[in-house]
Design a binder for this molecule. Structure first.
Ligand code: ADQ
Length: 468
């Protein structure tokens, strides 16, 4: 089998791939181990130009090479903080109101992609299969092609692909889509994302797109597909069970003094609908006095991208809302919202999920949302909690056993909390089983293997120079 080269903005460290981090790192590493290969990307360090140009730094773990480069400050600002996270991320999450566009940042974004491609070339072998991940790296494949690389190349978008009317707000939208068309396979999380891409191809790029995902545009032919990212549910269940008897979890249980528990876990990001969620919980307490003092919302939200302005704003808003609501409904021995900013070990998160009666997952927009899936997998099958899920999470397509909510509808979310708290066991079990069936059908291995099968199925000679 040909080697695999994975390219992502951040590279998991060899220790993270041993299971302590998210399942995604473990899943991708599994594919790398099977075929041997390279994981290439940014180390997360900001370094001098000289140090950056000395990269990539190589670390070997069996048949897998971890190859990382540092980024100079200017590149970090323009490529990562700028165009990736202040333009692409908000627009792809339908938040044009939060997006800024700066030509120089965009130029930096393309420049860094070309520089990364150039650093990666020396690691490539002729029949390697190259799998590029996410919005930071849209032009990476095109930059490799410009250097004469003819390998099979695929791209997977972890976040939503917006409808064309939204995408048109990014001035160089056409260049971005053209870059995507340089890959052989482009993967999306949901049929809606794929359809939005096809829509752009047909209506704005004068191309064609078939229902089977055959796309022709900008003089290129590619395949698009829907590859729903998943988890390994049995592994999550195992972690959740293992944590049950651990001290931290027992302490939490004791501190709840028999109260019901609602769990929410998200990166601190405006796409996750945290403020609306807090307001829904407040509304629930307002309308259901019998529940005051009897139910606690634990919100775990580690900060990310804290040097991007909009992220400082959301953090500020959330602290304000938590303080305000707690001020209104706390008692001497009761705090309605426990809001924490730390990262937690996976086993701890999973066992907290298992202890809780509701998983409240209400993003305004989300590519997939793995927390929703982890919540379900962590439940005790004999007495499962209820997933309350936003219709705008990619996971909503599969988790049809969830109580579905519109995260803009504060009253609707508040009603769903009430319904979930008093749901009979038989209904909870039925909903849990429905969700578990989908988690097993579309687990992380299926996501990875189906994408790679499509990529490996591409004719290897497709990009070879034509003989005269
Ligand atoms: P994210 O936006 O990061 O991912 P999500 O899919 O929920 O969102 O994944 C977050 C992961 O981080 C989960 O595995 C979760 O358990 C973990 N996590 C969150 N908070 C944590 C904490 N405090 N401590 C430890 N772990 C924590 C992006 C897209 C999503 C898409 C994924 C995968 O935005 O839509 O589902 O990629 O493709």
């Amino acid at each position: 089998m040909s080697r695999l080269v994975v390219v992502s903005n951040r590279v998991a460290s060899p220790t993270e791939t041993k299971g302590s981090a998210g399942g995604l790192a473990v899943g991708v590493f599994g594919a790398l181990k099977d075929s041997g290969g390279v994981w290439f990307g940014w180390s997360g360090d900001v370094v001098s130009d000289t140090v950056a140009n000395q990269g990539p730094k190589l670390e070997q773990d069996g048949a897998v090479t971890f190859a990382t480069v540092g980024l100079p400050k200017k590149d970090y600002d323009q490529y990562y903080r700028g165009f990736s996270n202040a333009t692409l991320w908000p627009v792809f999450h339908y938040r044009n109101d939060l997006a800024v566009y700066d030509r120089e940042e965009y130029a930096g974004y393309r420049r860094v992609n070309s520089w990364l491609a150039h650093r990666a070339i020396k690691l490539l072998q002729p029949d390697d299969v190259i799998w590029v991940h996410d919005y930071h790296l849209i032009p990476f494949g095109e930059a490799l092609r410009a250097e004469g690389v003819t390998n099979r190349m695929g791209f997977f978008l972890h976040i939503p692909f917006p409808s064309p009317q939204i995408l048109l707000n990014i001035p160089p939208h056409e260049e971005l889509v053209k870059s995507l068309c340089c890959y052989d396979v482009v993967g999306f999380q949901t049929p809606g994302d794929q359809a939005a891409f096809h829509d752009y191809i047909v209506r704005h790029a004068h191309g064609t797109a078939s229902a089977e995902g055959h796309v022709e545009a900008f003089g290129r032919k590619l395949k698009t597909g829907v590859y729903r990212i998943g988890i390994f549910p049995d592994e999550i269940a195992e972690q959740a069970k293992r944590g049950e008897a651990r001290q931290d979890v027992m302490d939490l249980k004791q501190s709840l003094e028999g109260r019901k528990l609602i769990m929410s876990v998200d990166r601190l990001d405006y796409s996750k609908g945290l403020v609306e969620r807090f307001k829904a919980f407040e509304h629930f307490l307002e309308k259901s006095p019998e529940w005051r003092g009897n139910v606690t919302l634990v919100q775990i939200a580690p900060p990310t991208r804290s040097d991007v302005d909009t992220y400082q704003q959301i953090r500020h808003n959330l602290e304000y809302e938590a303080g305000r609501i707690n001020g209104r409904y706390s008692g001497l021995d009761y705090t309605p919202i426990r809001y924490m900013n730390q990262r937690y070990d996976r086993w701890k998160l999973m066992s907290l999920f298992r202890e809780s009666q509701i998983g409240l997952v209400t993003p305004l927009r989300d590519g997939m949302n793995l927390v929703a899936k982890e919540y379900v997998a962590a439940q005790n099958p004999d007495d499962p909690g209820v997933l309350v899920l936003s219709q705008f999470a990619g996971a909503a397509d599969e988790m049809t056993g969830a109580l579905m909510v519109n995260p803009h509808d504060i009253v609707g979310m508040s009603e769903a909390i009430g319904r979930a708290l008093s749901m009979p066991l038989a209904e909870r079990r039925e909903r849990y089983e429905t969700n578990m069936k989908m988690l097993r059908k579309y687990d992380l291995g299926v996501w990875r293997d189906s994408f790679l099968a499509d990529l490996r199925g591409v004719d290897q000679g497709k990009h070879a120079p034509q003989k005269r």
